[in-house]
Design a protein around this ligand. Structure first.
Ligand code: ZN
Length: 161
């Protein structure tokens, strides 16, 4: 995401049609909106610094969202981050996760199986790696680092149309 920020609740975005600068309210991240100058339809980008709780608000609207998570390794902080969860425990097979790890520690992704409810490892990324992980057969997906370790990762969830 190269677009800048003005206010935390606005996404700064250049209309691809008329090149004017738009300030899109964060609630519209990932949604189809119209440019207020030229009326062109466009997809508002994901917020560049969306906290996980906000990112999860967009699940189920058929859009992609993005989470950037830093694990500080202080031992106090919860080391698991929920990426996506279906409260009705339906299979998340229509979603794909892109995991980009900035390191230093490896980031792991796992999910709770629709069939057994048990944790299934889905993949991991070492520092500098990016993994594309189909979310199939699971209803709750989360990322973590080993307790006490430090890392930073970008997680982008896309829904297949
Ligand atoms: Zn426009």
């Amino acid at each position: 995401m190269t677009e800048g920020q003005t206010r935390p609740d606005r996404i700064l975005y250049t209309c691809p049609s008329c090149q004017r600068q738009l300030r899109i309210p964060i609630e519209f991240a990932g949604m189809k909106v119209s440019c207020r100058f030229c009326n062109a339809e466009l997809i508002a980008p994901a917020h560049p610094s969306l906290p996980p709780a906000d990112g999860l608000r967009f699940v189920g609207t058929g859009v992609a969202f993005e989470i950037v998570r830093t694990w500080a390794g202080d031992g106090e902080e919860e080391h698991r981050t929920t990426i996506l969860r279906d409260p009705l425990k339906h299979d998340l097979a229509m979603f794909t996760l892109a995991l980009e790890c900035f390191g230093p520690s490896t980031v792991h992704v796992g999910g709770l199986s629709v069939e057994s409810g048990e944790l299934i490892p889905l993949g991991r990324a070492r520092a500098g790696e990016c993994r594309i992980i189909p979310l199939r057969g699971v209803y709750h997906v989360y990322a973590w680092v080993e307790r006490g370790e430090q890392s930073r990762a970008r997680m982008i969830v896309a829904r297949q149309e």
